[in-house]
Design a protein around this ligand. Structure first.
Ligand code: GLN
Ligand code: ZN
Length: 761
């Protein structure tokens, strides 16, 4: 019985890649330094997997920024605005596409399926001149080979690549991206031939779009593509890897009929129905890569249960054709439990990060081959048993309160327009009020202060003084810039979820449990292991302090329940909705405490509501029902005069706009500038949004400073669609990743643009 890993985190056990990238971008280290750190990381990953005994070890799962951008580079599909003139794509062009540069904005970035990973969306059109322009896949393959490790190179599948791309600027929106398939395949053939020549005997094509609800012409593209590739692929073992959900029956039928494909990888953690499909028929003589070890979570595998699943599959596909695998790339889980020095032993025994999952996969494969590591299996069973019975997991009062919420409705008593009137009387804001999303730049100094306080190296008094000083600066800056609704800048927060999780019970924290979010950015999701409650107020101290420093309204700043849920590693022993309701009750208490403390504007960020949407449409309604309900629960108890804001990252909302309206917030600020105003089109098509709305006027993911004219144009475009009395002016998202040298001029331009339009209205 063989073992396989779909993909592996590249950031490094201690975020080595992040630091190397950022230092390179800042001009503090050379391209050679960056390449060296990266090569060392790749080598250590390959060696670990080889050392454990994994048979199919992936390569080309490393990336300097994003694997989809890597595919774009391979295909030479660089949008013309980056001025690339051909040849092998170097860092200059690559990072300009990823991050923008002084003169050109970055390419669009969007969520990778329902994860918190973001990929760079390819921009394609009939004129793209595809050329083989990055030899990264074959270079990585050779690099591993030089270390004595024969890997399975991983490529984004050609059909998924096209299905995940968008028509470039100026190209008709109805342009058929799939019409580019023959051109793209021509390059894939070159890549495959190159890999073959280098000695590869297996190739993995990641085709995760297969789990979506695809129309039949899209499914047909898979048949077309792998038929067209057949002669190039002959002599190779070809794995089509799918993940993140059940594969629909039609898609299953389509791919299992492909004669050029010899192996299929399925996510059997989320794909419980897929298991039935396989049992109902699997092509004889082909390999099944059974993804039984969860790549989306940090819980130790239930090895005994996995063995049962695998044994059942063995009967279907045959012992020599079954390969134990992960459900998806381990990119979406934390790297190595070994570096967790602060978790207690009990919780640690319940967990497995990427490095441990590799061991689990191998242990399962060995057990099925008759070499069961008894000690490993019994330790696993014992850990699972303590998790089930631990009193740290259960809080009956919380369980009852959350259960009581289900089935009932929670809504503020007054409708939104009456509330907005009441709020305006109190707040007295100009039209097109300006605001920001919450965070201000996080300086090295700030991080040091928080770190030293946590490590008890500085006293509480010193800490409070330092943070207060920072808040004062941020408030002064905003007053100087003449922003209308202020924020305190979130200097006390490491992360918008971690900050709350640390103060709630039922959460555990890692020190190095980082997961890549985009580029060099990582998040460290808390682990929700038990029932959630709020022992005491979490933000009232800082928000009141900030409000005391200004006469302008100061927004209280909270993270909403759905976002806390979606950005955490969630317990897998009860439905997600149940955990979400528990968090909603805790946030509700916080909202009410802020209101009592005199905070009149409270923003409850639901940055991640959209990304929690199940991949399959049939499951949307249920998710939206409990998630939107959870949001409303948090603020159902406030007065009309308290203005509830929410904020969302990313603007693919057209399909869920009615749920967003149903959240019943007074004001929503929403990402917009990187998405070609997809957001606005929904209003153009006639959806009425009665509440306040601030579509972001510039992209905070890029260091570029938006000129006043550009912001002015954006606001003008918005006014063509949205009424002036509901429009807010704000950036896309929080400013924590930016520098003051960027934020100050950007916000100056933002306020100038807003004022200019106000004068003209
Ligand atoms: N209030 C948060 C901030 O500004 C929101 C961040 C987010 O939406 N991701 O940092
Ligand atoms: Zn945001």
């Amino acid at each position: 019985m063989a073992s396989h890993i779909v993909g592996y985190p590249r950031v490094g056990p201690k975020r080595e890649l992040k630091f190397a990238l950022e230092s390179f971008w800042d001009g503090k280290s050379s391209a050679e330094d960056l390449k060296k750190v990266s090569a060392d990381l790749r080598a250590s990953i390959w060696k670990q997997q080889a050392g454990v005994g994994i048979k199919y070890i992936p390569s080309n799962t490393f990336s300097y920024y994003d694997q989809v951008l890597d595919a774009t580079a391979t295909l030479g599909a660089v949008p013309p605005r980056y001025g690339w003139t051909g040849g092998e794509i170097e860092f200059d062009t690559y990072f300009s596409m990823a991050r923008g540069n002084a003169s050109v904005p970055a390419m669009e970035m969007t969520k990778w399926f329902d994860t918190n990973y973001h990929f760079i969306v390819p921009e394609l059109g009939p004129d793209v001149n595809f050329t083989y322009s990055s030899h990264k896949a074959v270079e990585e393959y050779k690099e591993a080979k030089a270390l004595g490790i024969d890997t399975i190179p991983v490529l984004i599948g050609p059909v998924s690549y096209l299905l995940l791309s968008k028509p470039a600027k100026g190209v008709d929106k109805s342009f058929s991206l799939l019409s580019l398939l023959p051109k793209v395949l021509a390059i894939y053939k070159e890549v495959v031939a190159d890999l073959k020549a280098a000695g590869a005997s297996w190739i993995q094509f990641d085709e995760p779009t297969l789990v979506l609800d695809l129309e039949s012409h899209k499914l047909q593209a898979f048949t077309d593509a792998y038929t067209e590739l057949a002669s190039t692929l002959s002599g190779l073992n070809v794995l089509i890897e799918t993940y993140f959900a059940d594969i629909p029956a039609e898609a299953y039928k389509t791919i299992t009929s492909l004669s050029s494909v010899t192996a299929y990888g399925f996510d059997l953690v989320r794909g419980t129905k897929t298991l039935e499909l396989i049992k109902g028929g699997f092509p004889s003589g082909k390999y099944l890569f059974a993804g039984v070890v969860d790549g989306r979570n940090i819980w130790a595998n239930d090895l005994a249960a996995s063995i049962r699943t695998l044994q059942a599959l063995e009967d279907v596909v045959g012992k020599d054709k079954l390969v134990v695998s992960t459900s998806n790339s381990l990119l979406h889980t934390a790297v190595d439990l070994v570096n967790e020095t602060k978790l207690d032993d009990e919780i640690k025994s319940w967990l497995a990060f990427a490095a441990q999952k590799v061991v689990e996969v191998n242990a399962l494969a060995n057990a099925l081959s008759g070499n069961k590591d008894e000690a490993f299996f019994s330790a696993n069973a014992a850990a699972l048993a303590t998790r089930k019975s631990s009193p740290r997991v259960t809080n009956e009062a919380v369980q009852k309160a959350a259960a009581a919420l289900k089935g009932s409705d929670h809504r503020r008593a007054t409708n939104v327009s009456a509330r907005l009137d009441a709020q305006q009387k109190k707040l007295n804001l100009p039209i097109l009020p300006t605001t920001t999303i919450g965070s201000f730049p996080q300086t090295v100094e700030l991080r040091r202060v928080r770190r030293e306080y946590k490590a008890k190296k500085i006293s509480e008094e010193e800490y409070v003084k330092a943070i207060t000083e920072e808040i004062r600066k941020v408030v002064e800056l905003q007053e100087e810039l003449d922003i209308d609704v202020l924020v305190h800048g979130e200097p006390e927060r490491n992360d918008m979820v971690e900050y709350f999780g640390e103060q709630l019970s039922g959460f555990a924290f890692t020190v190095n449990g980082w997961v890549q979010s985009y580029g060099s950015r990582c998040v460290k999701p808390p682990i929700i292991y038990g029932d959630v409650s709020r022992p005491k107020a979490m933000t009232v101290f800082w928000s009141s302090k900030a409000q005391s420093l200004t006469k302008r309204p100061m927004k209280g700043m909270l993270t909403g329940p759905v976002t806390i849920l979606n950005w955490s590693f969630v317990r897998d022993d009860q439905p997600r909705s149940e955990t979400c309701y528990q968090i909603a009750l805790a946030i509700k208490n916080e909202v009410e405490d802020l209101e009592k403390a005199g905070i009149n504007v409270i923003q409850i960020d639901e940055a991640a509501l959209r990304e929690g949407l199940p991949l399959r449409k049939s499951e949307h309604a249920h998710y939206l029902d409990w998630s939107v309900h959870s949001f409303r629960i948090t603020n159902v108890g406030v007065q009309d005069t308290t203005q509830i804001h929410t904020h969302m990252c990313y603007s693919h909302f057209n399909d869920i706009i009615h749920s967003i309206i149903d959240m019943d917030a007074d004001v929503i600020t929403i990402e917009n500038s990187r998405s070609d105003e997809k957001l606005l089109s929904v209003f153009r098509e006639g959806v009425k949004y009665g509440a306040g709305i601030g579509p972001g006027v510039y992209d905070i993911h890029s260091p570029r400073i938006p000129p006043t004219e550009e912001i002015y144009d954006r606001i003008t475009k918005m006014l063509a669609v949205l009424e002036k009395n509901i429009l807010w002016v704000n950036p896309d998202c929080g400013l924590k990743t930016r520098k003051y040298a960027e934020v100050r001029p950007a916000l100056t331009n933002l306020v100038t643009a807003a004022k200019r339009i106000r004068n003209e209205l």
